[in-house]
Ligand binder design. Sequence first.
Ligand SMILES: Cc1cc2nc3c(=O)[nH]c(=O)nc-3n(C[C@H](O)[C@H](O)[C@H](O)COP(=O)(O)OP(=O)(O)OC[C@H]3O[C@@H](n4cnc5c(N)ncnc54)[C@H](O)[C@@H]3O)c2cc1C
Length: 576
Amino acid sequence: MTIATELPANNPAAAPGPEAASTQRPAADAPITMLNPDFPFSYDHYLAHPDGLGSVPPELYGTEVAVVGAGLSGLVTAYELMKLGLRPVIYEADRIGGRLRTASFPSAPGVVADLGGMRFPVSGKAFYHYVDLLGLQTQEFPNPLAPSTSSTVIELAGQKHYASTPADLPPFFREVADAWKAAVNDGARFSEMQDAIRARDTARIKEIWNELLPLMDEQTFYGFIAASESFREAGFAHREAFGQVGFGTGGWDTDFPNSILEILRVVYTDADDQHRLIAGGAQRLPEALWQHAPSGMAHWPEGTSLASLHSGSPRGAVDRIGRDANGDLRLRERWGREASYPAVVTTCQSWLLSTRIHTEEALFPAELWTAIERSHYMQSSKTFVMVDRPFWKDTDPATGRDVLSMTLTDRLNRATYLLDDGPDKPAVILLSYTWNDDALKWLALDADQRVELMLHSLEQIYPGVDIASHIIGQPITVSWEADPNFMGAFKANLPGHYRYQQRLFTHFKQDKLPEGQRGIFLAGDDVSFTAGWAEGAVTTGLNAVWGVVNHLGGHSAAANPGPGELLDALGPISLD
Ligand SMILES: Cc1cc2nc3c(=O)[nH]c(=O)nc-3n(C[C@H](O)[C@H](O)[C@H](O)COP(=O)(O)OP(=O)(O)OC[C@H]3O[C@@H](n4cnc5c(N)ncnc54)[C@H](O)[C@@H]3O)c2cc1C
């Protein structure tokens, strides 16, 4: 359980200049960033560098590059390619935003629900580079026990605990939190790794991680905690409560079968801590990237934006990717239009390349196809209702407590979040946010059936609180695995999958590939080492930009080496 410390400033501080990349700051006061141990490249410094992300020869200005997907990764890719003077051509099967999807309640369009990404750790500096650039406002997300969360209820096996701060919980929960802290310190050198990340000491990060990797790759999350001395001594009840309550964001037991490497990447980089939401909804970020006209671009006149280059709409869904005789890559849209490009970036979930798009097999090495096919995606479901006002802030006269709290439970709902924008206005309850088996329980049910069951669970926890009487409008629900343009919520590797992720992540550097396999680049959060976090969508988009620029004959700025220049030195090691 993360006990949130201090509130961050509205948005994280702007990244320091390039020279800071090599400056070792004192570990104690430097912030944790999502400096992923597999490739601790400072994307925030790279983005902030005055020399920019490189250049292409002027004769290539206006060259079209296809970008498949208008989620965050595709839009970051397209935005940066446009700034370099290339002409991105975006294809999108559904709507701009992808898994940063914000739904409005029809009767009150200003009241919104984030169906995919909703809370963004301040350590995700590349993500916040764009949030700040586009002037989006953020607020603290009401996570369990977060400073801005008025109260939290943890209800396990019928026992209810009410807390305004972590100190209000019984000592048992402190023991669970301590057991987890000890487990990651003893088994995965947590504090050492965080010190190295704070100092941006890439050599130290790699040294620690490269030693741990072979030991951890075949270990599940559950196997890791069950084998730890602290949880062994504490006993099963502590392991069970840890799974149900977790740390920071809620229960993590649906992640128990996943590789412990996935969990370590999250906790080392504080991805589970200090979350903020985007005011007005997360979809504002991709929409703003689509509309924004950056100044000082190569080639394009002032006022050019992705929206203007596309006359207002991306092209349609891609259903075939092949290669022309002259080496160009050829895309066919669902309704037949075809076009060829010297380079293509795909940002949809990578297994859609075989399930939804006829992708010529020869475009990728066989071992990359294996990595794509063996990828493991999590399921996820969310159900929201709009209510007349944030009535949960009312005080129960009998107990002096809030009538309803942010709730973690072992019942069907698992986690209930309360979201409001001030008193006397409609507010939103995220009745249930679930993953995997818990999400599958909802899959066959329609929105009303889901809400009925969720309200029933909450009635057991809050007898006498008539939540239903506050509901207005229709519920909004999503199961990401049921949407053919996603087929899952986000990737989470199983034990033994490190090799697959390494292949996917490093594919953007293509110097060792045969000619016939160059020019098509994979991006998107599932290609990153931090799937399920928008930071990975941004950073793999930047990798793809580097790949396209180099493929076309351009290069990075001499003083600002890009991810491809540093991949061999800092990149993920091979286990073979
Ligand atoms: C339930 C859920 C909760 C999440 N919570 C968080 C969170 O709290 N914090 C956080 O940081 N991240 C979170 N994430 C992850 C975050 O949403 C993603 O990292 C990010 O949105 C991924 O962006 P992307 O561009 O890589 O992929 P996507 O958003 O999936 O974009 C890919 C795009 O490709 C399109 N596409 C698919 N097929 C085709 C085709 N054939 N032709 C053309 N286009 C196609 C899709 O429609 C989509 O728009 C969450 C995700 C989910 C699902």
